[in-house]
Design a protein around this ligand. Sequence first.
Ligand SMILES: NC(=O)C1=CN([C@@H]2O[C@H](COP(=O)(O)OP(=O)(O)OC[C@H]3O[C@@H](n4cnc5c(N)ncnc54)[C@H](OP(=O)(O)O)[C@@H]3O)[C@@H](O)[C@H]2O)C=CC1
Ligand SMILES: CC(=O)N[C@@H](CCC(=O)OP(=O)(O)O)C(=O)O
Length: 325
Amino acid sequence: MTLPAKPRIFIDGEAGTTGLQIRARLAERTDLELVSIDAEKRKDDAERARLLNSVDVAILCLPDEASRQAVAMIENDRVRVLDASSAHRVEPGWTYGFPELSTAQEAAIRTSTRVSVPGCYPTGMIGLVRPLVDARLLASDYPVSVHGASGYSGGGRTLVDAMEGRGGAHKLAGPYRAYGLTLDHKHVPEMRTYGGLAHAPLFTPSVGAWRQGMLVEVPLHTRLLGGATGRDLHEALRAHYEASRFVDVMEFGDGSPDVLDPETLAGTNRMELFVFENPAQGHVLLMARFDNLGKGASGAAVQNLDLMLGLDAERDYAVREEVTA
Ligand SMILES: NC(=O)C1=CN([C@@H]2O[C@H](COP(=O)(O)OP(=O)(O)OC[C@H]3O[C@@H](n4cnc5c(N)ncnc54)[C@H](OP(=O)(O)O)[C@@H]3O)[C@@H](O)[C@H]2O)C=CC1
Ligand SMILES: CC(=O)N[C@@H](CCC(=O)OP(=O)(O)O)C(=O)O
């Protein structure tokens, strides 16, 4: 694939929560040309279509339906698309933008013309589970449960505004809310597919009164692990992520640290993975900590963009919380 000297990028949805955080990361970059839309034409389809068809990569930071429409507007087959929405995550013809899955996945992202950025909760769950399934330490038919707790920016601009007193109501606004209680959250299909699982995981999300950062937990029972211990799982994760720039496997935990703060990695593209075990009870707890707007969205989008363009994909950025839609 021929790469232009200074690739042109347009972010459709640049004024939203995810779009603004991508812009903040790209603001200082001189190796890219960021094309912007006039604020009053943000939803003017003719102007969006003109810009979408004029760039090397179109990044979509839109609600799912608007994202599907944007893809349909692209007639120029030289335009590559990076979609942050959940519209195309398990869609044939799209590449799942989780380069840490395998070297083959990273290679596929580099050449793909259609890349879908993973959802925030799936980033933690797949990051924990898939290497263990691939290593045959976790059976693909294990009855996996996943619990997640996200900062409120995960709910986009309307939840951010409700939480920060800029008006509007949102059903998730409050100090802590469990949701997704129909057990069919939109992230379940990608968790199953890219987690390498035979059955849909039981996923229970929740949201709390902090802005950015999340914890994703996968509890396991050792009696269902066919002889593997927590240490075996930890060693497999450590080996899988040994060369990873953004994913760190933390020391094997026997209860220390005994608390985890979801906000620690806010503003970065990093993810920390933890394995805790109580052998007497036969319990193992896998946990991931990262920023829902970093490795869970905008940071991952920039990492994918750089891979698609053959640029340095190992840069990280410290994006401050003031970047608000
Ligand atoms: N927030 C997060 O942590 C994550 C979000 N995502 C996904 O990224 C996408 C964007 O989410 P997020 O940034 O949080 O949402 P926001 O609501 O904050 O931003 C979406 C932006 O898209 C604009 N928009 C809506 N419809 C159109 C349209 N037809 N044409 C042009 N612009 C439009 C909105 O404008 P207006 O506000 O005026 O309607 C808004 O500026 C979603 O699909 C979301 O699920 C993915 C991972 C994590
Ligand atoms: C707290 C909150 O509301 N979170 C969002 C997920 C954010 C995200 O990952 O967006 P995508 O679905 O596009 O991947 C939710 O549960 O719908």
